[in-house]
Ligand binder design. Structure first.
Ligand SMILES: [Zn+2]
Ligand SMILES: [Zn+2]
Length: 366
């Protein structure tokens, strides 16, 4: 049986997104059909629409989703009715990077083998194997992480990409410890999650940096102890002014541009670490081919490290339930991440603005 559902599709590079009927097959062995209750809009969807990330077209957008298992294929441990957060890096467990203990870099992450199709027979590739801007989507079992159903679908959806990425960038990649000072450049979903993660890990000072006052307000709501308005003050100077002139022990760049990567390193304290947490590709400075030039002498002398973080160096099966529990215990304010609530038909307009979505979440059932 196939399921006729509405989904957001981009037919070719740069074309506007449109709501189309797609045909989703029943799950085969190891696959799960999920009714999507909520799916956040992430800049990576925009990259796919504009051709910076997709290898082929058409594509089925959306990759930050949560919903309810509608049907589970043979051999899976999930059952209809389970509430799950979807993820885009379900490790295979056997490739070289999985065996090296870096499963978030898995080269062949698990995805559904059966294809969703358009009525004309074309098979749109789901973004990051998820395709969450749809009433239903087919994924591999490993892409579904069962969590406490007491969490709201909107809050759970945001965990699946942006929150996991930012929280992990601070806690796992940056290894923020008690008493550390932390700065976060860019307070969109990833940056806000880095702020929340730093506080949860016991950071003493957390400085949020952004050009948008509303985002800085959100950073304070999530525990930032100070903020820097980057439209008025150089971010590195601002961070140093709030950290006794030393810079921060851990600086997370959640912006993904060459300019902010340099700022992150300049804002890092001696022997600290600058973490590049976001996928480049937003705006001219983060365009593919962007180059980061670093002052080699300063870099060497200060003993600081510059490293990248991929999906927050997180393991969805381990970390998503823990984040839900943290939220339900009142220690992670997922309400602070949430923006507009939209219908599938609104996605095209948000992507056409090319503006930051501000935590906008799509409710496909609307
Ligand atoms: Zn994303
Ligand atoms: Zn692997």
């Amino acid at each position: 049986m196939t399921h006729e559902v509405r989904a957001v599709v981009v037919r070719e590079k740069g074309a506007p997104a449109s709501v189309e009927t797609v045909l989703v097959p029943d799950p085969g062995p190891g696959e799960v059909l999920v009714r999507v209750d909520a799916c956040g809009i992430c800049p990576v969807d925009l990259h796919h629409r504009e051709g910076r990330a997709a290898a082929s077209y058409p594509v089925l957008l959306g990759h930050e989703a949560a919903g309810v298992v509608e049907a589970a294929g043979a051999g899976t441990r999930l059952a209809p009715g389970d509430f799950v957060v979807l993820n885009w890096r379900a490790p295979c467990g056997s490739c070289r990077l999985c065996r090296r203990g870096r499963p978030w870099h898995c080269r062949v992450p698990l995805r559904a083998a059966r294809s969703t199709a358009l009525p004309d027979g074309a098979e749109p590739a789901p973004v990051l194997g998820v395709g969450g801007f749809a009433e239903k989507t087919l994924v591999a079992e490993g892409q579904c992480v069962r969590v406490d159903p007491a969490v709201s679908p909107v809050a759970a959806a945001l965990l699946g990409c942006g929150v996991l990425t930012g929280f992990g960038a601070a806690v796992r990649t940056g290894a923020v410890g008690r008493g550390d000072s932390v700065a976060v450049i860019g307070c969109g979903t990833v940056g806000l999650a880095a702020v929340a993660g730093a506080r949860a890990a016991g950071a003493r000072r957390v400085v949020g940096v952004d050009t948008d006052g509303r985002r800085l307000d959100r950073a304070e709501r999530l525990g930032a102890t100070g903020t820097v308005d980057a439209s008025r003050i150089d971010p590195a100077d601002g961070v140093r002014a709030l950290t006794d002139g030393l810079g921060a022990d851990v600086v997370v760049d959640a912006t993904g541009t060459a300019r902010t990567a340099r700022q992150a390193l300049r804002a890092t304290a001696s022997t600290g670490v600058a973490v590049l947490a976001s996928a480049p590709g937003q705006g001219e400075l983060g365009a593919p081919g962007a180059v980061v030039e670093l002052p080699l002498r300063d870099l060497h002398a200060c003993g600081a490290a510059l490293c990248t973080s991929w999906y927050g160096d997180s393991l969805p099966s381990r970390d998503l339930p823990a984040l839900v529990d943290l939220h339900l215990a009142g220690r992670l304010d997922l309400g602070a991440f949430q923006g507009e609530r939209l219908a599938l038909a609104d996605v095209a307009g948000v992507l056409a603005r090319a503006a930051n979505s501000g935590g906008a979440v799509v409710l496909p059932g609307r």
